[in-house]
Ligand binder design. Structure first.
Ligand SMILES: Nc1nc2c(ncn2[C@@H]2O[C@H](COP(=O)(O)OP(=O)(O)OP(=O)(O)O)[C@@H](O)[C@H]2O)c(=O)[nH]1
Ligand SMILES: [Zn+2]
Length: 193
């Protein structure tokens, strides 16, 4: 086991009172999950596997759609009264915060998100989803309906053994700033509508 559930508490939010679960990975990284309702029953659970984006999730960045996607996932789960969000600390598609800022600086000079990662010596997407499977298992989630537009995430999760019954579209409104970013994701990273 490369990650363990350490402690849980309540997290009141504007959308619902979630449970917040703290996980510690073998490599020292700390991850969290938000859950609502009884997610241990056989009925598929609405789930979002969200990758950390400090700029989008906490600083209101318009360069990407992460913040609105997180909020939309919390709202959809609140509406259903049942669901789970894994918040994985894989900032910058796995390259880390400072390197993501470096990548943004390259994008300021005209490169797209994929080219910027490559010029810095990284793959376009370095995320790994093995811990997600273990987190679902430890939370007692048997099968999920996954909120995503990213086919690679869907496949990666299935490859590590997550039982994904359905992909649920998870689009949010685009802004003038995020338009190019989303266009690159569609053209180069296969993101779906
Ligand atoms: N390296 C890099 N990472 C970025 C950039 N913009 C956003 N990210 C990171 O990308 C991650 C979010 O991934 P996305 O590709 O936007 O979306 P996704 O989670 O794969 O797919 P969805 O489930 O459809 O949202 C977060 O970790 C962000 O920090 C960028 O320009 N460069
Ligand atoms: Zn983002």
């Amino acid at each position: 086991m490369s990650i363990k559930l350490v402690t849980s508490t309540l997290l009141p939010t504007p959308f619902a009172e979630f449970r917040l679960h703290g996980f510690e990975a073998e490599n020292g990284k700390e991850h969290v999950a938000l859950t609502l309702g009884d997610i241990t029953t056989a009925e598929p659970v609405l789930a979002r596997v969200h990758s950390e984006c400090l700029t989008g999730d906490a600083l209101f960045s318009l360069r990407c759609d992460c913040g609105p996607q997180l909020e939309a996932a919390m709202k959809k789960i609140a509406e259903q009264g049942r669901g789970v969000i894994l918040y994985l600390r894989q900032e910058g598609r796995g390259i880390g915060l400072i390197n993501k800022i470096r990548a943004y600086a390259e994008q300021d000079k005209g490169l797209d998100t994929v080219e910027a990662n490559e010029i810095l010596g990284f793959l376009p997407d370095q995320r790994e989803y093995g811990i997600a499977a273990e987190m679902f298992q430890q939370l007692g989630v048997a099968q999920i309906r996954l909120l995503t537009n990213n086919p690679r995430k869907l496949k990666a999760l299935q490859d590590v053994g997550v039982n994904v019954l359905e992909r649920v579209q998870h689009r949010v409104k685009t802004t003038a700033h995020s338009h190019r970013y989303l266009a690159t994701k569609a053209a180069k990273m296969g993101h779906m509508d």
